[in-house]
Design a protein around this ligand. Structure first.
Ligand SMILES: CC(C)(COP(=O)(O)OP(=O)(O)OC[C@H]1O[C@@H](n2cnc3c(N)ncnc32)[C@H](O)[C@@H]1OP(=O)(O)O)[C@@H](O)C(=O)NCCC(=O)NCCS
Length: 170
């Protein structure tokens, strides 16, 4: 049983913003998707470290879709919230918004879901505090995240079986 004190979603909510510069460009001159993927992973990890009070490792990243290009010279604003916790795992929902700093116009470009596991100094999973849900939207999201997590664990089993079949007999 998890005997840690519950922590509210708001306690670990994390936002950061970064100006997109020429080194972030792809060959079309808009922002490279890998730059956004890295920022998503970082901000999600920070929210989960704050929730867990432990270091975390990324264990799964759901499919990411980029609905709109992001331009060089625009700000990328990422907001991460812990959307689900299991025993040692946590899902972060990361919302990505691009802002034209000259006009203040904002566009929601994508939302990503990333799963982290809290670990000790030896890299072994450790329990995390339960999540205190503060709004109806957070409760609904938690239930949806539970279903996503069940699906990921099914996929993990399939991947393990496929991997075992490919391994040569010892
Ligand atoms: C994360 C890690 C420590 C988990 O170890 P493990 O032996 O799989 O441990 P468990 O099976 O007990 O899983 C721990 C938790 O992770 C969850 N988990 C494991 N694999 C998962 C996956 N593919 N998707 C979602 N959750 C997963 C489990 O459900 C469990 O959650 P719970 O405690 O909330 O029920 C281990 O897989 C690892 O070190 N992975 C590499 C992480 C890493 O280096 N990331 C950076 C990428 S380079």
């Amino acid at each position: 049983m998890n005997e840690l004190q519950p922590k509210p979603v708001s306690a670990s909510r994390t936002t950061f913003a970064q100006l997109m510069q020429p080194q972030h460009a792809n060959t079309l001159g808009t922002v490279h998707g890998g730059v956004i993927m890295r920022l998503v992973d970082e901000v999600g990890a920070i929210a989960c470290v704050r929730h867990a009070g432990h270091r975390v490792v990324t264990v799964a990243i759901d499919q990411m879709m980029f609905q709109r290009p992001i331009r060089i010279g625009h700000l990328v604003i990422l907001t991460a919230e812990v959307s689900y916790v299991g025993r040692t795992s946590m899902e972060a929902e990361v919302r990505v918004v691009a802002e034209n700093p000259l006009t203040g116009e904002q566009v929601h470009t994508n939302t990503a879901y990333v799963v982290y596991v809290a670990v000790d100094e030896q890299g072994r999973p450790v329990p995390v505090p339960p999540l205190q849900l503060e709004t109806e939207a957070q409760r609904l999201r938690f239930e949806q995240a539970k279903a996503r997590q069940a699906f990921r664990l099914q996929q993990r089993e399939q991947a393990r079986r496929a991997f075992a079949e490919q391994e040569p007999e010892a």
